[in-house]
Write a new protein. Structure first.
Length: 265
């Protein structure tokens, strides 16, 4: 795992924007701008908002384009229709899609407004494979180490499926709802196996409330009790965090030295 420690959440967003733009060849002026489609995995929640604002700003400045991007979001709540302001469909529309030039037909979010949720999850997994798999997956992380909604105990090789949210996740996400009763109990989420199949991963975390889970993810044993720890097995996973989220890492000095040495190559 590559660990990049930034001075502030703003710098996390900037580094994540630079890394993703380069990896996906989004820059309009770049000779590396791909005419081929790239597949981008997206997350919701508070953490990626700074990155999305960076993308929007650079798109408005004419620097980057999402014309050749196909996107797949990690997850969607069950029981929240797409037009509901609490849905992840609505979140993505408001916070990213309507501000950039991605083609609406190229955006995908798990469908939960249907009768057969397991079939919908299965169809989503197939759609990702048919698109050629995910090139770059953006991730946030829950305070108990979930990625997507792969809660503790998730199979380390799971596919997209319906998952029950833990009470901690429901409490953490209650800030977006009028009352705890309204926080959904289930979601369709990409699995840990789905995420691990991505060719590259960018996990973002900010704030001292993420420090324990970042330590467990990066330095703890690989265990389904900290689902994000599976990323230790990924050959191309980068963790971009601010100093607060990095504050409990035992080997912080070493990670900083690795970055300095990489930049001198
Ligand atoms: C969101 C998602 C979740 C969040 C995580 C962190 O699509 O899959 O795993 O990334 O719950 O949420 P925030 O960023 O709000 O702390």
């Amino acid at each position: 795992m590559r660990i990049v420690v930034c001075e502030s959440p703003d710098q996390v967003a900037m580094v994540a924007a630079d890394e993703s733009i380069e990896y996906l060849g989004l820059a309009c002026s770049s000779s590396s701008q791909s005419q081929e489609t790239s597949v981008l995995g997206l997350a919701t929640g508070s953490t990626p908002l700074g990155l999305y604002q960076q993308w929007i700003k650079r798109h408005r400045a004419g620097e980057i384009s999402f014309r050749n991007i196909v996107s797949f979001n990690l997850d969607e709540y069950c029981g929240v229709p797409p037009e509901d302001p609490q849905s992840y469909h609505y979140f993505m529309q408001e916070n990213l899609f309507k501000h950039i030039d991605i083609l609406p037909l190229n955006t995908h979010i798990p469908k939960t407004d249907c009768q057969d949720l397991p079939a919908s999850a299965e169809a989503y997994e197939i759609a990702i494979a048919q698109a050629g798999g995910i090139d770059l997956q953006i991730l946030g992380i829950g305070t108990e180490g979930h990625i997507g909604f792969n809660e503790l105990g998730s199979s380390l090789s799971s596919a997209t499926r319906v998952k029950t949210l833990t009470s901690k996740t429901r409490q953490d996400n209650a800030r977006f709802f009028a009352s705890m009763d309204q926080v959904p109990k289930m979601a369709i989420t990409m699995g840990l196996g789905t995420i691990m199949n991505a060719r590259a991963i960018l996990l973002l975390a900010t704030g001292v409330h993420k420090a324990d889970t970042i330590r467990d993810t990066v330095e703890g044993p690989v265990t389904a009790m900290v689902p994000a720890s599976i990323l230790q097995f990924h050959p191309n996973a980068t963790v971009v965090i601010d100093q607060a989220a990095a504050s409990k890492l035992a080997h912080l000095d070493y990670y900083l030295e690795c970055e300095r040495n990489q930049q001198s190559l």
